[in-house]
Design a binder for this molecule. Structure first.
Ligand code: CMC
Length: 437
């Protein structure tokens, strides 16, 4: 008869242990009983990039990377992209279910009335150099929200916590737009509660001298879809950072700033910007085969390709590819799409990419659409961070309510020097350097 346990034999001692299997996992702490003798600390698992370690149970996002499935709270991403909008999806992620009509109206109203920024944050944004990367400004401004709302530190107070959720979701869009305007040297456009969340964001980004700015409905819809697709992606690097920082009970703005900093890396959310740079460097379809050869010689990465979890086509990339044509109807065709399509065609028929299961990810096509919408290239990662805020906070809330969670603190395997005595400077001899720095 089958049993939900794992039997382990330690060949060092010949002892056998039986540990329970729950949800397809064993508890790492169950390994600790496996010792060579009473002095031994006990067995640990070694997993440098968490490639096979679950750090939480979660009810938020489901991904089946082999089948290319993504669901938020059980709803397929394809349905949400077609029928929902960003703010409704944010509610779904945060509160676990789609809102009723009344709940949605109340949520939209709450978010709208918190979109204004304290003038201190406006001044802070103005202090950065005109060419500062918008992600650096964004991270600083988000962290600075904690200076204005010190009660955010009371993370166990439900009312205060709710207020910070609303503030964060509302204010990240304003911070993002002000950051872009600052880079461009244009005055800030204040939020407009007559528009949707995304419509208001477009207005804050692009209004110039028009008295009545109206966002283009096709672009507003496309940006809603892009925001929905980026809203959560379970335990990626940024979300893990949010949970790690949140586990010390830091205020949510500090945790959001940390999560945004993780997102800023080129292997994570900044890949959308890097894809555009790569496509611009390739410059012409005829140069694609040479670039693919460069990737295969390991002289470059094919940015926007590959994923830790998806080993099949990223379903988000499929949806984005579809909306590109709708956007181009309004904006005109971005010629970089032809280079991207050719890259994808060649890569997907080449054994280097097939054998490694490398497919386009969410970032491969998103930048091309953002560029067609006249979003500055350096803003692409900020455009990722705005909707991901809802996902980050959802995970933060889940963490705070999870009695199994503690302050995050991995173990290490110490391989450094044994205990040695301090040597006076005049007696020291230069030694060979350790490490790669
Ligand atoms: N171009 C060329 N080779 C690649 C690429 C790529 N984009 N991605 C992975 N590989 C190779 C890698 O060198 C390795 O080859 P080998 O087995 O011969 O050593 C193999 O494929 C497996 O890759 P890995 O490095 O073990 O994969 P990972 O899960 O550690 O990394 C990744 C995932 C997304 C960091 C990586 O695929 C990558 O760097 N992609 C380019 C950056 C990118 O597009 N990032 C956005 C990710 S999606 C949005 C987000 O979550 O932020």
């Amino acid at each position: 008869m089958s049993k939900d346990t794992l039997t382990i034999t330690d060949n060092r001692t010949g002892k056998t242990y039986e540990v329970p299997i729950t949800h397809g996992t064993i508890k790492a702490l169950d390994l600790r009983q496996i010792k060579t003798d009473a002095e031994d600390f006990g067995l640990m698992s070694y997993d440098p990039a968490f490639t096979n370690t679950a750090s939480t149970k979660s009810n938020i996002t489901f991904i089946d990377g082999d089948k290319g499935i993504l669901r938020y709270r059980g709803y397929p991403i394809e349905q949400l992209a077609e029928r929902s909008n960003y703010l409704e999806t944010a509610y779904l992620l945060l509160y676990g279910d789609l809102p009723t009509q009344e709940q949605l109206a109340a949520w939209e109203h709450e978010v709208q009335i918190h979109t204004l920024l304290h003038s201190n944050i406006e001044q802070l944004i103005h202090t950065f150099r005109y060419d500062a990367h918008p992600m650096s400004i964004f991270i600083s401004a988000v962290a600075s929200l904690a200076t204005l709302y010190p009660e955010a530190r009371q993370v166990t107070d439900l009312d205060k916590r709710h207020l910070q959720i609303v503030r964060a979701v509302a204010k990240v869009a304003t911070i993002a737009a002000f950051t872009a305007r600052h880079n461009q040297g244009f005055p800030f456009n204040y939020p407009d509660d007559g528009l949707s969340y995304v419509g208001n964001f477009l207005k804050m980004m692009f209004k110039m001298t028009e008295t009545h700015y109206q966002p283009n409905p096709v672009l507003e819809r496309a940006l809603n879809v892009l925001f929905i697709l980026h809203a959560d992606h379970e335990l990626n690097c940024g979300t893990n950072a949010m949970r790690v920082i949140g586990s010390s009970q830091a205020d949510p703005y500090s945790a959001l700033a940390g999560a945004s900093a993780a997102l800023y890396g080129p292997l994570h959310g900044n890949a959308n910007e890097e894809v555009l740079r790569m496509l611009a460097e390739i410059g012409d379809i005829k140069n694609v085969p040479a670039f693919i050869d460069k990737v295969k010689r390991r002289e470059a990465l094919l940015m926007g390709f590959g994923h830790r979890v998806y080993k099949n086509y990223d379903p988000r990339a499929r949806i984005i590819k579809k909306i590109a044509d709708e956007v181009f109807e309004v904006t005109g065709r971005n010629r970089l799409i032809d280079i991207a399509l050719e890259l994808e065609r060649i890569a997907l028929s080449d054994d280097f990419f097939i054998s490694r299961k490398l497919y386009p990810n969410v970032d491969f096509y998103s930048g091309i659409i953002y560029q067609a919408m006249k979003m500055p290239m350096a803003m692409f990662t900020v455009l990722f961070a705005i909707p991901r805020t809802a996902g980050w906070i959802s995970h933060w809330l889940e963490l705070l309510c999870d009695s199994e969670q503690k302050i995050s603190r991995p173990r290490q395997i110490y391989l450094g020097p044994e205990c040695r005595d301090y040597v006076p400077v005049e007696e020291r001899q230069e030694r060979e350097k350790v490490g790669c720095w």
